[in-house]
Design a protein around this ligand. Structure first.
Ligand code: A2P
Length: 352
């Protein structure tokens, strides 16, 4: 039974926080983000598979021992951040919620469940107030940075159609994928044959379609961008035409976005809307080689960088943009921690 209530939490209160998948690329970033943003943690429970139990990770000035995830892991936990894959979230998300934790889940397991809000704080934080299953879903990394950039424009002129091409970094596929990129790169540079490990082919010095097939010859990742954008923006009429590819970048996703509106929008108006928009850094420079949002600059930072804002040359009133963000931060860990910050530093719903 759920009911809205103020639990009287204030920033002075501290919380028991669990990170599920604490040894992974996103899980480690979640731990770092909690520390960096001084989230009021009384106890951090770092969970992973049996393989990692007993290992340690840095936490403030000490080392925290990884515990094996199990049905009793969530006793006394207030907030559970999950990033250990869909099946772990499907199995253990409800267990954590039943134990009384608010679950913030980075997998795709619950994103399209009508009973789970799908939240980007800059866009639709109010949706997190209603969570019948006790689970708040963190969106797909590519979708998060796109909606942060487009929300101010949508509010002004209502988006009709988005054509988006992604250039996604290997860290979005996890720690092992980064290792695969580096190993493949060493092989190529050494004149050795490439032996892909977690990628479906050569990623070093190449570009790959890297996701399972979805309906109609689109990948699952492409469908995520369609469905999640509509759910977060609260507008099922938005057309999304996506093409997603993986590029040989360690960290930081880039996106080329063409956007059409229900009324004409100029680049000049868009820039004024984006300047100062929450979570956005507008890169307003006129075109010059090498002057634009780049993964190498965005990595290790929190913002969504929006640049190359141009009037479309063929479609009057439409725009083209180039958007870059750290996919492990705003695309995953930071977004999840921001949800927790906003839930737990104001009135929240708790399971009774
Ligand atoms: P482990 O390191 O013990 O395998 P990444 O996204 O970088 O691949 O990381 C995935 C994370 O999810 C890791 O922390 C991994 O733990 C964790 N994980 C994967 N499968 C399980 C599982 N069955 N139970 C608990 N944690 C899991």
């Amino acid at each position: 039974m759920w009911r809205p209530m103020s639990n009287g939490m204030s920033s002075a209160k501290t919380f028991v926080v669990a990170v599920v998948g604490a040894t992974g690329a996103v899980g480690r970033e979640m731990v770092r983000t909690l520390e960096r943003r001084r989230f009021p943690v009384s106890r951090l429970v770092a969970l992973a598979s049996k393989r990692s139990a007993g290992q340690t990770i840095p936490w403030h000035n000490t080392e925290l021992t990884i515990e094996e995830l199990g049905p009793t892991s969530f006793a006394g936990v207030d907030i559970a951040l999950f990033s250990a894959g869909g099946s772990v979230s499907r199995d253990y998300g409800p267990i954590a919620a039943n134990a009384g934790a608010v679950v913030i889940d980075n997998s795709s397991a619950w994103r399209m469940d009508p009973a789970c809000p799908l939240v980007v704080p800059e866009v639709n934080m109010a949706a997190a107030d209603v969570r019948p299953k006790g689970i708040v879903a963190n969106p797909n990394c590519s979708t998060i940075q796109m909606v942060v950039a487009l929300k101010p424009l949508h509010d002004a002129a209502r988006i009709k159609h988005i054509i988006v091409s992604t250039y996604q970094a290997t860290s979005g596929k996890g720690h092992a994928a980064v290792e695969d990129l580096l190993a493949q790169s060493r092989a190529v540079l050494g004149g050795m044959p490439v032996e892909p490990d977690v990628f479906p082919g050569q990623i070093a010095f190449n570009v790959l379609s890297d996701w399972k097939a979805g309906e109609g010859d689109y990948s699952e990742e492409e469908w995520k961008m369609v469905h999640e954008t509509r759910k977060i923006m609260g507008d099922a009429s938005i057309g999304v035409s996506p093409t997603t590819v993986r590029v040989p970048v360690v960290n930081g996703h880039a996106e080329s976005i063409h956007v059409q509106f229900h009324r004409p929008m100029t680049a000049s108006e868009a820039k004024s809307l984006l300047r100062g928009a929450e979570g956005v850094v507008l890169m307003d420079d006129t075109y010059a080689p090498g002057v634009h949002p780049q993964p190498a600059h965005a990595t290790g930072t929190d913002a969504v960088y929006v640049g190359r804002v141009r009037d479309d040359l063929a479609v009057p009133g439409a725009l083209n943009l180039f958007v870059v963000a750290d996919n492990l931060r705003k695309g995953a860990a930071l977004n999840a921690v921001q949800i927790a910050e906003r839930l737990f530093t104001s009135s929240v719903e708790r399971r009774t």
